[in-house]
Design a protein around this ligand. Structure first.
Ligand code: GLU
Length: 473
């Protein structure tokens, strides 16, 4: 089977996660069938399209690993893949349809058309009943496609099965505006024909456009592609996904530290599944199994919490060296400086512990800041809760005495000498170790204490405990 699919983003806004999922399904379908994935730019809305949005969308596709075989930037047999470069093509085809008697000029004013719509409404008819080809043709105005009367338009949707639109649901829609610019219907249909698109997989919100595209394709003498309308994404509460549920821009997840492979996996399970039980799977496994026909026709919920959970699973599954190298830019970002080569081993010493506790890479910066910076300020809540208890000066003093005599500075030795303190003072381990954690890291949440001390080094650890002791007075 020949497969040529396309994504056709309009660069009038950031890439929505729903559109990213549509792109992913198109890509998977192309890869599964050894087909061609095409990206073209639908920028006929010249006023709202910007180069920044275009770059944001394309770079998000690349970040997700959805590389395209043909299209914008990469080129291909069809020359340009940008609609604004093809305006003459759309115009000449619209005029050809007029010459063939399949479309007509219409210069009725919006007011006149409104009256016809109201009239139709009053009679319980679809506006298409009146918005029809006028008796005497005009020479200018918009160009409308003349819908063949009395025929339903039906097609087999790969996901939804047979879909049929009654004739009353279709009016003679505009294909070319009076300023000579094509509507979405014309430009999109012409491109799909010219680029020999075999399957159009797109959001269900575009379903009402599809009968129009089928009629237009027929009028242009083309062969309609197979359509697949993907169900919409909802928020976790079952309502239409919106900013109330969290970010809807793919790039916001990217900057919050979601890994591209986790995003890929998560988008893939929104309406599709590898099998009955596997949630986490690789790109290759998805390519192997994917089919548009297996996509559910029910809407699925985009749950940012589940995405973060999945991201944590991906982080834990990484080899430790990979975790370290991918975490490093985030640590440097948090510190506001590059790390020196002899500083980095401190991180590596504690990397495994940090990896266990991380769901998003940017969290790593805060977890390990204490290794690379002096404590600027103790976390005030931690200080008042932990440090002002009466046994704390004694704990710090005992720790200093033991740790300064320690010959071998590693987590096991540190732990075994510190474990004697709670016993000796007759207090719980938590009471003994929490003050040390605040003294050494500045906060009550950090990687495990003994590993943290080991990574920081003996001298700096002693200096910090000493400093906390002095702060207590
Ligand atoms: N530019 C259209 C959009 O972004 C493309 C829709 C389609 O896939 O036909 O909604």
């Amino acid at each position: 089977m020949t497969v040529r699919v396309r994504m056709a983003p309009s660069p009038t806004g950031y890439l929505h996660v729903g559109t990213a999922r549509t792109a992913l399904f198109n890509w998977l379908f192309a890869r599964h069938h050894g087909g061609t994935f095409i990206v073209r730019v639908d920028d006929t809305d010249l006023e709202r399209s910007t180069a920044e949005y275009e770059e944001e969308i394309l770079s998000s596709f690349r970040w997700l690993g959805l590389h395209w075989d043909e299209g914008i930037e990469v080129g291909g047999p069809h020359g340009t893949y940008r609609q604004s470069d093809r305006l003459d093509r759309y115009r000449s085809l619209a005029r050809r349809l007029v010459d063939d008697g399949l479309a007509y000029y219409d210069d009725r004013s919006p007011g006149e058309l409104d009256l016809l719509r109201t009239k139709a409404q009053g009679e319980g008819r679809h506006p298409g009943h009146y918005i029809r080809r006028p008796e005497t043709p005009f020479e200018k105005g918009v160009i409308r496609l003349a819908i063949p009367e009395g025929h339903a338009v039906a097609f087999d949707d790969l996901i939804r099965g047979t879909v049929s639109f009654e004739p009353e649901a279709l009016d003679d829609f505009v294909i070319l505006r009076s300023d000579g610019t094509p509507t979405y219907h014309l430009a999109s249909t012409v491109d799909d024909i010219d680029y020999e698109i075999t399957h159009v997989a797109r959001g269900e919100d575009l379903l009402p456009s599809t009968p129009k595209h089928i009629l237009l394709t027929r009028a242009l003498g083309g062969e309609a592609p197979v359509y697949a309308h993907l169900p919409l994404l909802l928020g976790p509460d079952g309502k239409k996904l919106s900013k109330r549920h969290g970010a809807t821009a793919l790039s916001d997840y990217r900057t919050s530290g979601i890994l591209p492979e986790a995003m890929f996996n998560y988008l893939a399970i929104l309406g599709w599944s590898l099998d009955a039980q596997t949630t986490i799977f690789s790109r290759e496994e998805a390519v192997e199994e994917f089919d548009l026909a297996d996509v559910s026709k029910n809407p699925s919920a985009f749950d940012p919490d589940k995405l973060v959970w999945m991201n944590g699973e991906y982080i834990r599954a990484m080899p430790e060296e990979e975790f370290s190298s991918r975490a490093r830019p985030w640590v440097e970002e948090a510190l506001g400086r590059a790390l020196l080569e002899d500083e980095w081993p401190k991180f590596e010493e504690i990397a495994a512990e940090v990896q266990e506790r991380t769901k998003l890479l940017p969290e790593v910066g805060d977890q390990v800041r204490f290794l690379f910076e002096e404590i600027d300020e103790y976390d005030p809540a931690a200080w008042s809760k932990v440090m002002e208890r009466e046994e704390v000066p004694k704990v710090l003093e005992e720790s200093l005495a033991r740790l300064s005599n320690l010959k071998s500075w590693d987590p096991v030795s540190i732990e075994s000498t510190l474990r004697e303190i709670p016993e000796m003072l007759g207090i719980g381990a938590g009471k003994a170790f929490q003050p040390l954690r605040v003294a050494v890291t500045g906060s009550s949440v950090s990687p495990p204490l003994f590993e943290s001390m080991a990574a920081l080094g003996q001298h700096p650890t002693l200096a910090r405990i000493e400093r906390a002791r002095q702060e207590l007075g």
